[in-house]
Ligand binder design. Structure first.
Ligand SMILES: NC(=O)c1ccc[n+]([C@@H]2O[C@H](COP(=O)([O-])OP(=O)(O)OC[C@H]3O[C@@H](n4cnc5c(N)ncnc54)[C@H](O)[C@@H]3O)[C@@H](O)[C@H]2O)c1
Ligand SMILES: O=C(O)CC[C@@H](O)C(=O)O
Length: 528
């Protein structure tokens, strides 16, 4: 029977034709993304789901998707897809990482000009018959400083265009190498410096814990009077209430937003404020970009459903059909080791080393290394996948080393991942037992044996009596159920580690209070 794909958001008709040409049945329902109940009702009938951003692929949708094998995002951001839930169910999530980057960068540049010359307000006033020539005094962009927060795909294209406009371009991106900054013609700066020096600030990061509210009242206070702020990346990067205050007081001279905390944004505190320009998440909406992403997503999904070929997957490496059964548990282990280290890494990575020992060293470790690299980089780079990870690591000046030792040590097979940053070296090791379940067996040289669950808490502390009681009481008082509790320590009284699985995600408040417990050195929430 031919595989069936549901397209639940508005996609170029090119996608429909490509699916058909490649032997895939296709059901095009462009407004279904808005109808959550209907989606839940019918999703069980499909092998593939092609989406843009209107369809929210929640845990509930995935639970109802009894036959789903692949979700294809015609675009970049996959924050509308519960990737861990999809991964747990073996559903591949793919995106089209580059198809709309130029278009989105152009939207940001359009916002810069629209703000500099107040084009939307001048247009409305002129068409209202007012001819207010003196009201709309603009500024030139030539010679002005543009601060780019997040210099990845889109940020780099914005930089290139802005350099062409004779702007002075500075960028804050903790993962931007000095060499890449030089190649782009941008000056790499610290965030405070960027706030202090920029005439225009444009955001191009994913929305992650580190970037949520990266522009808030404190940041705005450090900026130049009259600064203009552009957000064509994700709602939530800028605190909307704080920006509203900035616009009202005149501290912020204007803001151009394509994305909002709540979308669709039909009401918002920013609407109607002086020199505030809004577009309804149009960053990717050009004929060219929509053709690109529709064509690419349909090709990728059809190739997977018909031939089993995997490309641009965010949760799966490229593996041939023959290798799959033996490699799969090790891919999962490599992904867990990388994800563990990546979530704990907060500064620029300089090197990543993978050591394979025992049986695993004889396998196609390339796929495993790629899986680990993608997982290490994923918290910072939304678009990274197993295919793109090695190139991105190279581009960012990260040295990747692979070591194989086929003789066995204490374990039949063993993978150790070491991440070196500008500040420290962190290693984590794991194995796969006969039950094919990956286990973490060593963190920072401390032995333990733990299975990783969806919601984990990682605590490092001084090994002193009383810690476990205080910790468990705090979680108990919050009604947080502990699923597994794994401990390890260097030696009595020295550094100790607790790796704890809990049944639900832990709030910022609770994680802060765990961190403040006596004896705790670090407390971090991790999700897998
Ligand atoms: N408006 C739209 O329609 C539209 C279209 C496409 C993409 N987007 C969004 O644009 C954003 C950028 O996309 P991209 O393709 O350039 O992604 P990318 O992954 O190529 O680049 C993101 C960059 O952010 C950097 N970064 C990560 N953490 C950071 C931090 N704490 N501070 C500063 N920089 C940090 C990364 O190092 C990376 O260079 C994403 O949020 C994406 O979802 C929006
Ligand atoms: O599909 C769209 O219109 C938006 C896409 C954009 O947000 C993305 O992340 O690619």
């Amino acid at each position: 029977m031919a595989p069936r794909v549901l397209i639940s958001d508005k996609l170029s008709k090119t996608a429909v034709q490509i699916f058909k040409d490649r032997g895939v049945e296709v059901d095009y329902q462009p407004d279904l993304g808005k109808d959550k109940e209907k989606l839940l009702e019918i999703i069980g009938n499909y092998d593939g789901l092609a989406i843009r951003s209107n369809t929210k692929v929640t845990e509930k949708v995935i639970a109802a998707a009894t036959h789903l094998r692949v979700i294809g995002r015609a675009g970049i951001g996959v924050d509308n897809v519960d990737i861990p839930a999809a991964t747990a169910k073996g559903i591949i999530v793919m995106n089209t990482p580059f198809g709309n980057s130029i278009t989105t960068a152009e939207h940001a540049i359009a916002m810069i000009f629209a703000l500099a010359r107040q084009i939307p307000e001048a247009n409305a006033s002129t068409q209202a018959g007012k001819w207010e020539k003196n009201r709309f005094m603009g500024v030139e962009v030539t010679g002005k400083t543009l601060g780019i927060i997040g210099c990845g795909n889109i940020g780099s294209i914005v930089a290139d265009r802005a350099v062409g406009l004779k702007m002075r371009v500075i960028a804050f991106d903790p993962f931007l190498s000095d060499e890449r900054a030089v190649a782009l013609g941008v000056e790499k700066v610290e965030l405070e410096d960027l706030f202090r020096r920029s005439d225009f600030i444009t955001l191009h990061t994913p929305l992650i814990d580190k970037t949520r509210g990266i522009i808030d009242a404190k940041a705005i206070a450090q900026m130049k009077d009259g600064v203009r702020i552009i957000n064509c990346a994700r709602g939530g990067l800028v605190n909307e209430a704080d920006l509203a205050e900035g616009l009202k007081s005149g501290k912020v001279g204007g803001a151009g937003f394509d994305v909002f905390v709540e979308e669709p944004a039909t009401e918002n505190a920013l609407f109607g404020l002086p020199n505030f320009i809004a577009t309804p998440h149009l960053g990717a909406s050009t004929t060219e970009a929509q053709e690109n992403v529709a064509l690419q997503v349909a090709e990728q999904m059809a190739d997977y459903l018909v031939k089993g070929a995997v490309s641009n997957a965010l949760n799966m490496p490229s593996i041939t059909a023959e290798e799959a059964p033996r490699l799969t548990p090790f891919v999962k282990l490599a992904d867990q080791l990388g994800s563990f280290a990546g979530q704990l890494t907060e500064t620029g990575i300089t090197a990543i080393k993978l050591e394979y020992e025992g049986d695993v060293a004889a396998l196609n470790v390339k796929a495993l290394t790629n899986a680990a690299l993608a997982a290490v980089l994923r918290p910072q780079l939304q678009t990274v996948n197993m295919v793109s990870a090695p190139a991105i690591a190279r581009e960012r000046g990260i040295a990747v080393e692979e070591v194989r030792r086929e003789q066995q040590g204490a374990y039949e097979n063993y993978i150790r991942l070491t991440v070196t940053t500008e500040k420290q070296e962190r290693s984590v090791a794991g194995t796969v037992f006969a039950d094919t379940k990956p286990r973490i067996i060593q963190i920072k040289g401390i032995n333990m044996e733990a299975e990783l669950g969806r919601h984990m808490l990682y605590v490092t502390n001084k090994d002193k009596p009383g810690f476990i009681g205080r910790f468990a009481s705090l979680l108990g008082a919050e009604g947080i159920n502990i699923a597994t509790f794994n401990l390890g320590r260097q030696a009595a009284g020295e550094d100790a580690i607790a790796l704890v699985e809990v049944d639900e995600a832990i709030s910022d408040d609770v994680i802060g209070r765990v961190g403040a417990l006596e004896g705790v050195v670090q407390a971090k929430r991790l999700s897998f």
